[in-house]
Design a protein around this ligand. Structure first.
Ligand SMILES: *Cc1c(COP(=O)(O)O)cnc(C)c1O
Length: 376
């Protein structure tokens, strides 16, 4: 069996360091925030090239507080894409603002910058590009539109730790960058976690207060805040894992290159990394018109796959209030119908990649034969 991800393999590779880091927290009883979280924040800020990082209890909380720090609230609008994980949209909703969608570029699966202008209204406050699958959105034209209309840019970098746009790490390029440390993400905690990266000290002040009940100092609550604090154990674990992130990212990139090579001419579409991008392959998704059958064929050969994501957010029941229907964002809808994520994690072996690629090639050609027979 080739698993979709294997978090146990990674733990076993770094077990001694992780166990020591957890033991240290238990001995010192620094369970919430504390020195390990503070040290992780400065190391992660340095890693992303941003001036500050604020540790939080999830990527969703990061998006929520980034919106609040940017002053987004009821009556406002934030522009994003429907082909993303629902959290991007939920966070906009938490503030009372309305999510406004623009379609994706069908090649990169990220925001099509040429569509933003038409979606801007007098209520628009922010643009929220998503670096989906680990490929940066085309940020320069997005930042240019934002500057022209005085809009805040909040990067959803939950899938893109270490990804680069024109040589700069994402998360530090817009006004605020949001990361998730959910266990399966490229940098994953052993539980929930997230962070905001920003260069703006005023945002830092507000976000630090909002994550801890809006307190300026103990029991002086100047804002209506939240309990969005990162745990000490997660901070300590993330410090250990951050030291391996570059090696893990290079392994993902090498695995993607091997998949690309083995799947060329197989009948499935392979991911296109843009010239401006250092793609970090949180997800390696192929495309097929026969996605469901291909997924079944792979299941038959004991290859686990995933679909990120089968329903674009504008068609989800939870967001029916936005009044969208099929046909509104055709590139997002087509992507949702065609993408299939193959096993991708740093510890994947060459033999496993070869097994998966062979299964895809056989599966895809069998499907083509079956269709040709039907047509004949
Ligand atoms: C994972 C993810 C989030 C949410 O992060 P959590 O830590 O799970 O709350 C937001 N946006 C995208 C694109 C994600 O992949």
């Amino acid at each position: 069996m080739v698993p979709f991800v294997d978090l146990k393999a990674q733990y076993h590779a770094i077990k001694t360091e992780i166990d020591a880091a957890i033991g240290h927290i238990l001995e010192n009883a620094q369970f919430v925030l504390g020195p390990e979280v503070a040290a992780f924040e400065s190391e992660f800020a340095h890693y992303t090239g941003g001036a500050h990082a604020i540790g939080l209890n999830s990527g969703t909380s990061a998006l929520h507080l980034a919106m609040l720090a940017a002053g987004i609230g009821p009556g406002d609008e934030a522009i994003t894409i429907p082909f993303t994980f629902v959290a991007t949209i939920a966070a906009i909703g938490y503030t009372g603002a309305k999510p406004v969608f623009v379609d994706i570029d069908p090649v990169t699966f990220t925001m099509d910058p040429s569509r933003i202008e038409a979606a801007i209204t007098p209520r628009t406050k922010a643009i929220v590009p998503v670096h989906l699958y680990g490929q940066p959105a085309d940020l320069d034209p997005i930042l240019e539109v934002a500057r022209r209309h005085s809009l805040i840019v909040i990067e959803d970098a939950a899938q893109a730790h270490g990804a680069e746009y024109k040589g700069r790490r994402v998360g530090s390029i817009g006004d605020l960058g949001c990361f998730s440390f959910y266990p399966g993400k490229n940098l994953g905690a052993y539980g929930e976690g997230g962070a905001i990266v920003t260069n703006n000290p005023e945002f830092v002040r507000t976000i630090r207060m909002l994550r801890d009940w809006g307190a300026e100092k103990k029991y002086l609550h100047v804002l209506k805040g939240y309990n969005y604090r990162l745990e000490g154990i997660q901070g300590a674990i993330l410090r250990v894992k951050l030291r391996y992130l570059e090696a893990w990212t290079e392994a993902r990139r090498a695995h993607a290159a091997r998949y690309n090579q083995l799947l060329a001419g197989s009948g499935v579409g392979t991911p296109q990394a843009m010239a401006y991008a250092r793609h970090v392959y949180h997800v390696y998704a192929v495309r097929s018109k026969h996605r469901e059958s291909l997924q079944k064929a792979l299941q038959g050969r004991e290859v686990e796959t995933g679909i990120h994501y089968p329903i674009p957010v504008h068609l989800l029941p939870a967001w029916s209030e936005l009044g969208h229907r099929r046909g509104d964002f055709p590139h997002s809808e087509q992507a949702a119908d065609e993408v299939l994520s193959l096993p991708m994690f740093p510890e994947l072996t060459t033999a496993q990649i070869d097994t998966v690629a062979e299964a895809v090639r056989t599966g895809a050609s069998t499907l083509e034969d079956a269709l040709a027979a039907k047509r004949a």
